[in-house]
Design a protein around this ligand. Structure first.
Ligand SMILES: Cc1ncc(COP(=O)(O)O)c(C=O)c1O
Length: 420
């Protein structure tokens, strides 16, 4: 006989014998629509956006629908969220000798793209929302700082009014990295519609997904043109065709970050499902949250605007790092997959970032300043206060009422043992 009250990590009976499936929101609702769309491209033998036997214009349709949905003038589909960041940074003219502010709590892609663009990241501390603290921005600005990348973490919108205010004060270009929070809103306005140029990801963990993919949005025609050129070998085919010698004087050499038609076709179908995915995740998340908020010793990150939370993650905050580690292990053993963000540490702790190791000679671009760029373990103390204490439960739009009950039951069971 196993003991129902004994924790599964101690040999007790788990709340779920069949563990809850890990949440991949967009992929969890893949169905006939995505299948038909991908097959249609294959049947037409036209997987390339610019030419082929019978180009269906799927990428273009996705871009148009994205602009319509978010109310921006221009959307450019690209191959990944990382690509969207590099394209946006280069479109904005960021390069060697520039610094770009990023939050200490974000995926490595955010500061990594800054380095790839030839600039260096400066880390700003987070507040209790786990997003960039608007009050931390002014503290890290110097004469080299050109831009800022706010990142709404796992559905939680950033305080974009305060961030825009600070950015204006310090003359910073704003590049929103909405990779984790597509469809979230701050005060009724979509994340990714505040910045000068904004970035989205369609990677599998994201709210809508094509496995890999991304998008850049802007209202500025000049930024859009530079983004298009950077993503397509310096060309703007819709304007001047292929390898034109009559391109304007300010053209430049670019890369290839073009989205394929198969990806575009699936992206279009996923975008149609965005609202319903968010509605389902929010229902699940807040149902769980409402049933566990009375638990002593259990906290939550501050949600900057609950009405705009896209609902893809429930982050619990425990009293200390040790209890949090035990809590995550115990919940996972009960059949509820529970993780934390980025090893529970500020992202600059990743060795290549902390040691400023790049692929280039002399650790370019860190050698581009008349001062040494110094990163220290404790430069973002509030990130150290919060990140190690977190436990993250990803939310799927397909979680059922029974799943919600199990998550609540498991959290209550583990809390009863660990939060006395
Ligand atoms: C905040 C953030 N920015 C950028 C990216 C990079 O996106 P991708 O994996 O599509 O390159 C990710 C996730 O992967 C992310 O979480």
């Amino acid at each position: 006989m196993t003991d129902k009250n004994k924790l599964a990590i101690h040999g007790g009976e788990p709340v779920r014998t069949e563990p809850l499936h890990t949440a991949y929101p967009g992929a969890d609702v893949y169905g006939e629509e995505e299948k038909r769309a991908a097959i249609e491209v294959i049947e037409n033998q036209s997987p390339y956006r610019y030419y082929g036997a019978n180009v269906l214009g799927k990428v273009k349709s996705f871009e148009n629908m994205f602009s319509e949905k978010f109310g921006n003038n221009h959307t450019l589909a690209v191959t990944s969220g990382t690509a969207s960041l590099v394209v946006a940074l280069k479109a904005a003219g960021i390069g060697p000798g520039d610094k770009v502010i990023v939050p200490a709590c974000t995926f490595l892609a955010t500061p990594g793209a800054v380095v790839v663009a030839g600039a260096v990241p400066v880390f700003a501390d987070i507040d209790d929302s786990m997003n960039i603290d608007p009050d931390a921005i002014g503290k890290v600005v110097d004469k080299y700082t050109k831009a800022i990348i706010p990142v709404p973490i796992l559905g939680n919108p950033c305080q974009m009014d305060r961030i825009m205010e600070e950015s204006k004060k310090h003359n910073l270009i704003v590049i929103e990295d909405v990779a984790q929070s597509c469809g979230s809103k701050y005060k009724g306005k979509y994340s990714g519609t505040f910045g000068d140029i904004n970035c989205f990801s369609l990677q599998i963990n994201k709210i809508i997904t094509t496995g890999e993919g991304g998008a850049v949005t802007t209202n500025d025609p000049k930024l859009y043109e530079r983004a298009v050129r950077y993503h397509d070998q310096g060309m703007f085919r819709e304007k001047e065709g292929f390898l034109s010698k009559d391109a304007p004087d300010d053209v430049f050499v670019g890369q290839n970050y073009r989205m394929s038609e198969i990806t575009g076709a699936v992206a279009l179908e996923q975008l149609k499902k965005l609202d319903s995915i968010i509605e389902s995740m929010r229902k699940v998340k807040y149902s769980i949250k409402n049933q566990i908020k009375d638990i002593n010793g259990l906290g939550f990150r501050t949600i900057n605007d609950e009405a705009g939370d896209s609902g893809n993650s429930l982050i619990l905050l425990l009293p200390d790092a040790e209890i949090a580690a035990e809590f995550r292990k115990a919940l996972t053993a009960e059949g509820i997959p529970t993780g934390f963000l980025y090893n529970g540490e500020p992202i600059y702790m990743i060795p290549q970032m902390m040691k400023k190791k790049t692929v280039d000679r002399n650790n370019f671009p860190f050698d581009q300043f008349d001062e040494e760029i110094v990163y220290t373990r404790d430069m973002c103390p509030n990130s150290w206060n919060i990140m190690p204490r977190s436990a993250n439960i990803g939310i799927s739009p397909t979680y059922t009422e029974k799943d919600v009950d199990d998550i609540v039951k498991a959290i209550r069971k583990v809390a009863a043992h660990l939060l006395k």
